[in-house]
Ligand binder design. Sequence first.
Ligand code: MG
Length: 261
Amino acid sequence: MKKNNYAFKGLIFDLDGVLWIGNAPMKGAISFLDRLEKNDIPFCVLTNDCSISKSERLKALANAELILLPNQLITAPEITMNWLRDKGVQSIMYLGESEVLTDVKNEIVISQRNSIDAVVIGDLFEHYERNLLNNAAKSIIGGAIFVALQKNARWSDGVDWYIDNGFWVSGLEFVTGKQAFVIGKPHRYAYQSAIEKLGQTIDNSSQIVFVSDDIMSDLKGAKNLGLITVYFGPTITLPYWVDYSIQDFNSLLTLLCKNDE
Ligand SMILES: [Mg+2]
């Protein structure tokens, strides 16, 4: 991995289960990111987590000495709000903790009234109310754009798995007969946003490495856009289309240096 002389143009990391495990940095993650910084290798983190605001997440990572700049962390709430702004949406009903949107909401108004442009599904587990879901379903049927920050069935902190937001999104799809626009991974908009943060374009996707422990959402979406896919996790049988498998940051370093020759 030599400065300004590498075969790949940047790296995109998943957060949970890769850089962050069980509420602490993954072993070797901090020194690996330091090494990327020192070698001027662009990287960013793309996460589907929508339980915490971007600034709170940056703070929690920094408290554990995993320091990222704001433009090195791309969150599902952030890209979803950008997507909505680009679509001309001015008001949304948000199903989840609206604090999560405080630092990324642009000029979009968040309201519980029925006359909104879009219904946006975030992390609803701590905020579930039957009436809220009822109003959301009626607004969607009435013509509001139906948007989900993500639609994952489960998420893993690298230690255990947990039920994820797809639970709510699938339920509302069933009730309304409409399909949500899912903006987080594996939507191409999510990867494009990350690729732009690396100062690259989608034309260079074959020289960008994407590292995740999630195969069917994260890596599949990355593969569809032509990125180099690297599975991070215990040795398991992988689908044929996954490019590489690594178990830790030492093996990622070895892989990157090998591809550098
Ligand atoms: Mg993960």
